[in-house]
Design a protein around this ligand. Structure first.
Ligand code: ADP
Ligand code: MG
Length: 394
């Protein structure tokens, strides 16, 4: 069982909370998108109501183990303070004298934000000494950073060995939603897989083959499956070294009784450019110097029909190059079909989440995962190190 924040005694305690405040900054160094900050608010507010002393720790960007002025967390502290409507003390390091003194001065209900934890090389190396230094600042540890739970770093894994540890509300929701979908899905259980490459998603396909009723394949990866069926795809992105594997997956799906659908038509163009002239062709008629950049309308119709009658839908990977208007229809129409479906709908993957957002239907999904890489590893059936340390051994 996952231990959660409700299982911890936090009143008056110093609580170290690992959050995912890895947010985009704009040209002036302000927070450009505060989604991740807002996602951590329920946990922070719960701790404040319980009169805990809240010590937040996060990474930002890839400073590679040393101080990098571009990745200081001061703008995040300012935005968090606005959202909470109370002061947030920003500390310029995450271990050592300065945070120790700041923590000593804290009253119940105070919030401090430590400096970027990746300014120290011990973080990504998960050094025990560094993890202990983080742990020394607090009485208990809460991890609410699902987005980094697939990394065994000091602030996501190491520190949990030295303090009572539990999941925050965001972490709990992610694990419950993704876990429920995989272990106890509504039937029919439909997975939609797309994105650029088969090679990125092999683990996901293999894990889902044993669980789903229906697999809908789109995006660039569909080309490799179509190639395995013997079709010529012009200049489309095809991973020639994965064609045999795709053929094998088609056979395994058939043996497992999984209905695997491939595109029957495609949107093609001469180049992946926003001003390219698109046209729709059947899958066996891709012109030699054209490339497939979206699924076609017949395919959309087929996939929408599967989604409409589904009990649970998991979606990872866009159906086309949705970043460009001529190739966005497949992805957006499917997004709308999920929004309208009665199924439990779960969206994972950074670009898929962005696509659903762009389609304006993110709020109508049962769950849009905040963790790109972490949600993928979860769907692969892997144990996430940051989650494993939050499980009750009993
Ligand atoms: P996620 O981040 O949701 O896991 P991926 O990173 O696997 O998704 O894939 C997203 C990318 O796949 C998008 O940038 C999109 O442009 C690209 N893509 C989708 N379809 C195609 C295609 N037919 N050809 C080339 N690229 C594609
Ligand atoms: Mg991606």
């Amino acid at each position: 069982m996952l231990k959660t924040i409700r299982d911890l005694e936090v009143t008056g305690k110093r609580v170290l909370v690992r959050v995912d405040f890895n947010v985009p900054l704009d040209g002036e160094g302000n927070v450009a998108d505060d989604t991740r900050i807002r996602a951590a608010l329920p946990t922070i507010q719960y701790l404040l109501e319980k009169q805990a002393r809240v010590i937040l720790v996060s990474h930002l960007g890839r400073p590679k183990g040393k101080v990098d002025e571009r990745y200081r967390l001061d703008p995040v502290a300012r935005r968090l303070s606005e959202l909470l409507g109370r002061p947030v003390v920003k500390v310029d390091d995450c271990i050592g004298d300065e945070p120790r003194r700041a923590v000593q001065e804290m009253q119940p209900g105070d919030v401090i934000l430590l400096e970027n934890v990746r300014f120290h090389p011990g973080e990504e190396k998960n050094e025990e000494k560094f993890a202990r230094q983080l742990a020394e600042l607090a009485d208990v540890y809460v991890n609410d950073a699902f987005g980094t739970a697939h990394r065994a770093h000091a602030s996501t894994e190491g520190v949990a060995h030295f303090l009572p540890a539990a999941a925050g509300f965001l972490m709990e929701k992610e694990i419950n939603m993704l876990g429920q979908a995989l272990s106890n899905p509504g039937r029919p259980f439909v997975a939609i897989l797309g994105g650029a490459k088969v090679s990125d998603k092999i683990g996901v396909i293999e894990n889902l083959l044993g669980k789903v009723n229906t697999l809908l394949i789109g995006g660039g990866m569909a080309n490799t499956f179509l190639a395995a069926r013997g079709l010529a795809l012009g200049k489309s992105l095809v991973e020639t070294d994965k064609v045999a594997l795709a053929g094998d997956l088609i056979n395994r799906a058939q043996k497992a009784g999984v209905k695997l659908l491939l595109p029957v038509d495609l949107v093609v163009a001469r180049a992946a450019q926003p001003d390219a002239e698109p046209k729709v062709v059947p899958v066996d008629a891709v012109p030699e110097d054209w490339m497939a950049l979206d699924i076609g309308p017949e395919t959309v119709k087929n996939y929408v029909a599967e989604v409409r009658d589904a009990g649970t839908v998991i979606w990872n990977g866009p159906m086309g190059v949705f970043e460009m208007a001529p190739f966005a229809a497949g992805t957006f129409e499917l997004a709308r079909a999920l929004a309208e479906s009665k199924a439990t709908t779960i969206v994972g993957g950074g670009d898929t989440a962005a696509a659903v957002e762009k389609a304006g239907v993110a709020g109508r999904m049962s769950h849009v995962s905040t963790g790109g890489g972490a949600s993928l590893e979860f769907l692969e059936g892997k144990t996430l190190p940051g989650v494993a340390v939050l499980m009750d051994k009993k």
